[in-house]
Design a protein around this ligand. Structure first.
Ligand code: HSE
Length: 428
């Protein structure tokens, strides 16, 4: 039998435990498929003596992931520590410098340091693979980098944070307010240690920036992703959207236009009967559009032990088979610096705000919209209390620039009781 490929795994949380299980339980299958065995030689985690439901006594132990990354008996460093900097980055850099390939699930690290790490990998003649970093078990990195390599990609879209999709769909199905469902998600262990990564759209924004780099051949530019979370979405928004035949989704959209690279991750209204509109619970969906293939829709579990470990193992198997590809699908030095652009395509917007309930308040809002060139399609005033009047406006198609001008002028009005929530109505 050929020499085994030896893994050093840093991080034995949910995903790391899942990877250990696959390597142990499917040893024969993996060896048959790759033509050589896959083994684990060493592991590292914060706590050694924790019951993880796996026996790690046959693996060498390292307290420090950097030491693990440098071990002579490790061929591939599997980074499952997490965090954009700190030990994860130090160990990844150490692994590359020591001549190891790297498999990681760390979207934050790549979103912030992807270009530098890709350059370091190429300098060292090593690869970094990160299927598990985007959309859990969905093989979207492979689809984009390999399967669609013959296409010019026009747009990448998707729901890439299962926690947000769980919260939004559960609010709708149970008729519960955001705060209650957030707490439910917390109890179920769905939320990241820092929940703003999920509900602030940051985790999904990291993922989108990685897909953009592959799709459009540009350096990862997470800083330019327009980010908006789901924290201000109310059950009323969800119900209003449903009344109009829409669902609210935390939707990522990236496209390269004449104006530059548009990347946004924000709550949007999508048609209820579209594939994205019908996405329930923690499931993810990524839509890839190319000039030859038109549209490919990938749907699957976005998180969890099995799905994420499955993605890690896909990368490990590529390396075991000798398949080596540049981090973002082309040499890092050839990636361009794209100019960031705001959403260029006009779209209708949903606006919700509360006004002081006094004469002329609505007229002032309508004037601001009209002056900015934003035309009102529909409007409704509903269930107001003694002093404020909640208003719902759906605009005709408008640009984000025009809308932003209107929102900024609106904030200066003396009749706004609650700042507007503005949600793009996306045609998908
Ligand atoms: N917290 C993420 C999600 C999973 O809810 O989709 C890992 O990115």
């Amino acid at each position: 039998m050929s020499t085994p490929l030896r893994l050093g795994i840093a991080g034995l949380g949910t995903v790391g435990t899942g990877v250990v299980k696959i390597v142990r339980q499917k040893a024969n299958l993996l060896a048959e498929r790759a033509g050589r065995p896959v083994t684990i030689t060493a592991v590292s985690a914060r706590t050694r003596d924790k019951d993880r439901g796996i026996n790690i006594s046959s693996y060498a132990w390292e307290d420090d992931p950097v030491a693990l990354a440098k071990r002579d008996d490790v061929d591939v460093f599997v980074e499952l520590v997490g965090g954009s900097d700190g030990p994860a980055k130090a160990a990844t850099e150490a692994a590359l410098a020591a001549g190891k390939d790297v498999v990681t699930a760390n979207k934050a690290m790549l979103a912030h340091h992807g270009q530098a790490l890709a350059l370091a990998a190429e300098d060292a003649g090593r690869v970094i693979r990160f299927e598990a970093a985007v959309a859990g078990g969905i093989p979207v990195i492979k689809a984009l980098t390999e399967g669609l390599a013959g296409n010019e990609i026009s747009r990448v879209m998707g729901v890439m944070n299962g926690t947000c999709n769980y919260i939004l769909t559960r609010m709708q199905s149970a008729g519960l307010p955001y705060e209650d469902v957030f707490e439910e998600a917390n109890q179920l262990g769905y939320l990241e240690a820092d929940p703003t990564l999920d509900v602030g759209g940051i985790d999904a924004g990291h993922k989108l920036s990685l897909l953009s780099s592959i799709a459009f051949g540009c350096e990862v530019d997470f800083a330019s992703v327009e980010l908006e979370g789901i924290e201000r979405i109310t059950i009323e928004d969800i119900n209003h959207a449903a009344d109009m035949g829409f669902r609210i989704k935390l939707l990522g959209v990236a496209q390269l236009t004449g104006r530059g690279l548009e990347q946004r991750m924000s709550p949007c209204l999508v048609p209820a009967n579209s594939p994205l509109g019908q996405l329930e619970g923690g499931t993810n969906m990524v839509v890839l559009e190319g000039d030859q293939v038109e549209q490919v829709v990938l749907r699957g579990p976005g998180a969890g032990e099995g799905p994420t470990a499955s993605a890690v193992m896909g990368d490990v198997m590529d390396i075991t088979r000798g398949f080596r590809i540049k981090t973002f699908g082309r040499p890092a030095a050839a990636l361009t610096k794209a100019k960031p652009a705001k959403a260029a395509t006009p779209a209708p917007y949903y606006l919700r705000m509360a006004l002081d309930d006094k004469p002329g308040a609505l007229a002032k809002v309508a004037t601001v919209l009209g002056t900015a060139g934003v035309s009102i399609d529909r409007m409704r005033q509903y269930m107001h209390d003694d002093s404020t009047a909640p208003i719902l406006i759906v605009t005709h198609k408008t640009t984000r620039d025009a809308l932003d001008k209107a929102l900024s002028d609106m904030s200066a009005l003396d009749v706004i009781a609650t700042d507007p929530v503005a949600l793009r109505i996306e045609s998908v």
